[in-house]
Design a protein around this ligand. Sequence first.
Ligand code: HEC
Length: 137
Amino acid sequence: MIKHVFHSSLAMLGMVSAVAGAAETPASLMAHYAATAGVPVSSLSTLRGAALYRTEHPGRNAQAVSCAGCHTADPKQAGKTRVGKRIEPLAPAANPERFTDAAKVEKWFRRNCMDVLQRECSAQEKGDFIAWLSQIK
Ligand code: HEC
C-alpha cells in the first residue's frame, strides 16, 4: 500500500513536471545525456566541455566561430548575438534558469552546434558541456 502510494505520487510528480516544462536541473540533464551516450555520469569531462566551449572552428565566411564567440570567454558574463542582442549568462552560477528546461536546452544545442560545428553535438558532448558549466562557481 505504502509502495503503491509512493509510486503514484512519483507518477504525479512526473506529470506536473511535464506540464510545467521547466523541472530539469543541470544534474538531471547530465544524467540524461550520459545515459543516452551509454556512459556513467562520472565519466563526463569538464575539460572536454571547456574545450567544446572555447575551440574556434572555421565559419561559413572564413570567420572563426566558437561558443565563446557569442557567450563570451567568461560564461558568467552576458553575451551577445552577431546582431548585438543581449544573451543572459550561460553558467548556472550566474543564471539559475540555465539547464532547467529540456526542450529549450535541446533546441539551442541543435541550433548552436550546427552553427559552430556544422553538425549536431553528441549526447556525450552535451553532457560534458553542462558538466563544465555547472561546476563554475
Ligand atoms: C551566434 C551566437 C551563438 C553561438 C555561436 C552559440 N550560442 Fe548558445 N545561445 C545563443 C542564443 C541567442 C541563445 C538563446 C538565448 C538565451 O537563452 O539567452 C543560446 C542559448 C544556448 C543554450 C540554452 C541553455 C539554457 O538552458 O537556456 C545552450 C545549451 C547553448 N546556447 C549552447 C551553445 C553551444 C554548445 C555553443 C557552441 C557549440 C553555442 N551555444 C554557441 C547564441 C549563441
